[in-house]
Ligand binder design. Structure first.
Ligand code: PRP
Length: 224
């Protein structure tokens, strides 16, 4: 039974650091959650009438939106590249800026990239992207899937490289790692389920425009 009815708009928000940057954009669009999303233990929170929010892990946002359990969602481009969900991506929200990088211990990176035909152990949560990257270089990648704190894996000798997002670079530095290559610029995107877009266009389109305005204002304020 679907509980995502036609007169309610369900928006999936990524927990974690993106959420703080998301709220001012929602505020501008007049669609703030009615409860404090940082303290509530509720996973589904009401917004203004006709809107509700799902507060979920970033990695799950694509799944909820692709399956139509949420009409829209906010998620990093890194996860869109990794999971390639069948969704519309109408807006770059220009928050959560970081980059997807290959990094490793300083001494090892100084020796150069792994040669074609060699084998490397890669700690990552981006299995697909890491495999693709090394396949293109004819390097055999042994993917070690981790759920966080990738930087630890080379320190304990479990991996040769990490394939992860870097924001300030502070975590790399603190753990004696350096970037070997920066592959993708990442920001958070608004995504929309294609069927929802067709069925609820009257609700979704104005919301996209409000958010677009909020992004433009935020960017203009930062440039001042
Ligand atoms: C991310 C990422 C790095 C860190 C990079 O982890 O996986 O570990 O942030 O940020 P920095 O360049 O500003 O140091 P996050 O804090 O989201 O937690 P996680 O390790 O549990 O994924």
């Amino acid at each position: 039974m679907s509980t995502n009815s036609n007169d309610v708009l369900t928006i999936a928000l990524s927990k974690g650091r993106i959420l703080e940057e998301t709220l001012p954009l929602l505020e501008h669009a007049d669609i703030l959650p009615v409860e404090d999303v940082f303290t509530t233990r509720k996973l589904m929170v009401d917004g203004p009438e006709g809107i509700r929010f799902l507060i979920i892990r970033a990695a799950d946002v694509c799944t909820y939106v692709e399956r139509g359990a949420a009409d829209m969602g906010i998620v990093g481009r890194d996860l869109l590249l990794e999971w390639r969900p069948q969704v519309f991506e109408p807006l770059d929200l220009k928050i959560g800026a970081c980059r997807l990088c290959v990094a490793g211990p300083e001494a090892s990176v100084a020796q150069g990239k792994p040669e074609a035909g060699s084998r490397v152990r890669i700690a990552t949560k981006y299995d697909y992207l890491a495999k693709q990257y090394y396949m293109k270089q004819s390097v055999q990648a042994d993917i070690i899937h981790l759920y966080g704190s990738m930087e630890l894996a080379p320190l304990v000798g479990m991996a040769d490289r990490i394939f992860d997002v870097v924001s300030t670079g502070g975590t790399l530095r603190a753990n004696g790692l350096v970037e070997e290559e920066s592959l993708y610029e990442i920001t958070s995107r608004l995504i929309v389920n294609p069927v929802s877009f067709a069925m609820k266009k009257g609700l979704i389109q104005p919301m996209i425009e409000h958010l677009r305005e909020a992004v433009a204002l935020r960017v203009a304020a930062e440039e001042k």
